[in-house]
Design a protein around this ligand. Structure first.
Ligand code: SF4
Length: 593
């Protein structure tokens, strides 16, 4: 494009739009041309491991190609529109509309309008029924795809569950039925983990609840059984400009055995699967040597629970280059051990008690006691730490003022522990961060209501007032954003028109504080005559849920039982101590050793 260079000269961070990174795969047009689209900025997407795995899975095949594209920031997006340049991929520099399939990664609900923004910049009609066969198929995958329905108007095909295998199986079918899209979609819908929304109809009751589904009755999530054999990129691209995480990332484990009742990831990624120490070490060495990064992050939902963690760190220290730092980003306070102090320091010391009182921690099945928190921070302080970040949730089911007061008490106890440490390098800093509870699909809390704006703002005020303590900082999340996340997490396909209206009202980059446009969203619900509170209300046990046709192998009955236990403040413990028969055991074996 003639004037692209001139445009790049005037936009912020042009390196986001040029491609040509170190280790960029050399691509050619093939039998299946896929573009991985990330509905957020280059810096965020280049740090995402999931999209690298899917691209690598496709590019391993001679007759398949996977390119990539990230959401352009507004300055570049405006210039593209002004100059009538359609949004293009970074590798082949090919307009997105010329690909066979665009695959969007759904990491959080607040990125949904960016999908529409990217489609518009690509000159592709937003609504699926307005696209003919000359346009690419639009696909989505990633964690939010477990409830695909709010995007059903725009998306042709969803990948539910682990993406490594079902994307390439679908690509093979695409090549086979290239001239017959209808047949392709029919065949693809038979692949495990693939959902084609046009084959399903939703029938509603008069009170707006769902009566039944027609066409599709069950879509099982795709599941990779053996992580040691799963595809893992041997090389990684090095971003052109500073990425959110400039480091090598290796996934040590998928899933988590803790069973916290609010945590969607803990249920949708079951069963726990882990890589062997040798596999992780080999992957780490390959990626570090091939990229030149000087830091490696050992990722999972709870890395402290990796059973061979000490052995792994010992092996890595022996195998990887000496100056490489090892980061353990998701360490639980009770797995903090002075043996890991050095590694944990590379990230920050962050603990998530989630609730201020033991009673409420029992309700959410967070199997952590105040003593364990204090023991963990003591070990950290003894290793030289003087700053702690604590994460909590506000608006949890059954929460009272006493539970909130527990947050302050816990912070004060941590201060006391610090005062008793003989060697204190500096004054202790505690930052307390409170997000708002979101009842998520496939959790025991999926039926719970979300607290109202007034309730949450009162709780935030209570904490602001009580936490005016020297060296303690307090931050909280914006209710308007949390309520939209809840609505879209638990929403149905009738939210599609709200999404479209919000986009037309100028809502994009909704996950970025400075761009969040509450008015645009409020107007969209109003103009489309959709009541947001319908999606935030308490749901009756016998109601059909918009995501009930998705099967993650965890029984609804089990989730309901856990919900009842939560209301009687009973913990059910974690899976490692005792299997609770969630449903997974019918088809897979859980192994925590
Ligand atoms: S099958 Fe048992 S051990 Fe495995 S995830 Fe379910 S409850 Fe936990």
């Amino acid at each position: 494009v003639d004037n692209l260079n001139e445009i790049l000269r005037v936009v912020e961070k042009p390196a986001r739009y040029t491609g040509g990174e170190y280790n960029e795969p050399q691509l050619q047009i093939s039998g299946f041309n896929f573009c991985m689209c990330f509905p957020d900025l280059y810096e965020v997407g280049m740090s995402n491991l999931g999209i690298r795995i899917v691209m690598d899975a496709i590019n391993r095949n001679n007759n398949m190609t996977a390119d990539r594209c990230f959401t352009p920031w507004i300055d570049f997006g405006d210039k593209l529109k002004e100059n009538k340049i359609p949004l293009y991929s970074l590798g082949l520099k090919k307009p997105l509309k010329e690909f066979d399939m665009l695959g969007f990664s759904l990491q959080y609900e607040m990125c949904y309008t960016n999908i529409l923004y990217m489609l518009e910049l690509a000159e592709i009609p937003l609504i699926k029924t307005q696209r003919d066969n000359s346009y690419p198929l639009i696909a989505c995958g990633g964690p939010c795809a477990v409830n695909p329905e709010p995007l059903a108007d725009f998306v042709d095909i969803f990948f539910i569950g682990d993406g490594e295998e079902n994307v390439t199986k679908t690509a093979e079918l695409f090549i086979k039925y290239k001239d017959n899209r209808e047949e392709f979609l029919k065949q693809a819908s038979k692949v495990e983990g693939v959902y084609v929304p046009k084959f399903m109809e939703v029938i509603y009751n008069e009170d707006k609840t769902i009566n039944h589904f027609e066409g599709v009755t069950k879509v099982k999530k795709a599941l990779v059984n053996d992580l040691d054999k799963a595809i893992f990129p041997e090389n990684m691209m090095v971003a052109n400009t500073e990425a959110v995480h400039d480091r090598v990332v290796v996934e040590v484990m998928r899933g988590c055995f803790r069973s916290c009742r609010f945590c969607q990831a803990g249920f949708i990624y079951r069963p726990v699967r882990k890589r062997k120490v040798e596999t992780i070490s080999k992957q780490s060495c390959d990626l570090l040597c091939g990229s030149g990064f000087d830091e490696i992050s050992l990722n999972s939902l709870s890395t402290g629970d990796y059973p061979q963690l000490k052995d792994l760190i010992k092996t890595l220290k022996k195998d990887i280059p000496k100056d490489v730092k090892i980061a353990l980003p998701s360490l639980r306070v009770d797995s903090f051990d002075s043996d890991f102090a050095e590694e944990a320091r590379k990230s920050s010391l962050t603990f998530a008690p989630e609730a201020g009182s033991q009673r409420l921690r029992n309700v959410i099945n967070k199997d952590i006691t105040e003593d364990e928190v204090l023991k963990g921070v003591k070990a950290a302080f003894e290793s030289g730490y003087f700053s702690v970040k604590l994460y909590f949730m506000l608006g949890l089911p059954t929460e009272t003022e006493e539970d909130l007061a527990g947050i302050k008490k816990l912070a004060e106890s941590i201060q006391r522990v610090y005062r008793n440490i003989p060697k204190r390098p500096k004054a202790l800093r505690i930052s307390i961060s409170c997000s708002t509870f979101i009842p998520k699909p496939f959790t025991p809390f999926q039926w719970e209501r979300q607290a109202t704006k007034d309730e949450v703002e009162q709780k935030q005020k209570f904490l602001r007032d009580s936490l005016r303590i020297k060296n303690i900082s307090f931050s909280w999340s914006r209710y308007d954003v949390s309520s939209l996340e809840a609505a879209f997490a638990r929403g149905d396909r009738r939210l599609g028109k709200v999404l479209l209206a919000a986009y037309k009202n100028g809502c994009i980059f909704d996950g970025w504080d400075e761009k969040f446009n509450a008015e645009g969203w409020n107007k969209a619900f109003e103009s489309e005559n959709v009541d947001k509170n319908f999606y935030l209300r308490e749901i009756k046990e016998d109601e059909i849920l918009p995501w009930d046709f998705i099967d993650i192998y965890v029984d609804k009955k089990f989730l309901l039982k856990e919900n009842k236990l939560s209301h009687s403040e009973e913990v059910s413990g974690n899976c490692k101590n005792q299997c609770k028969g969630c449903g997974i055991q019918k088809e897979f074996k859980c192994d925590f050793n």
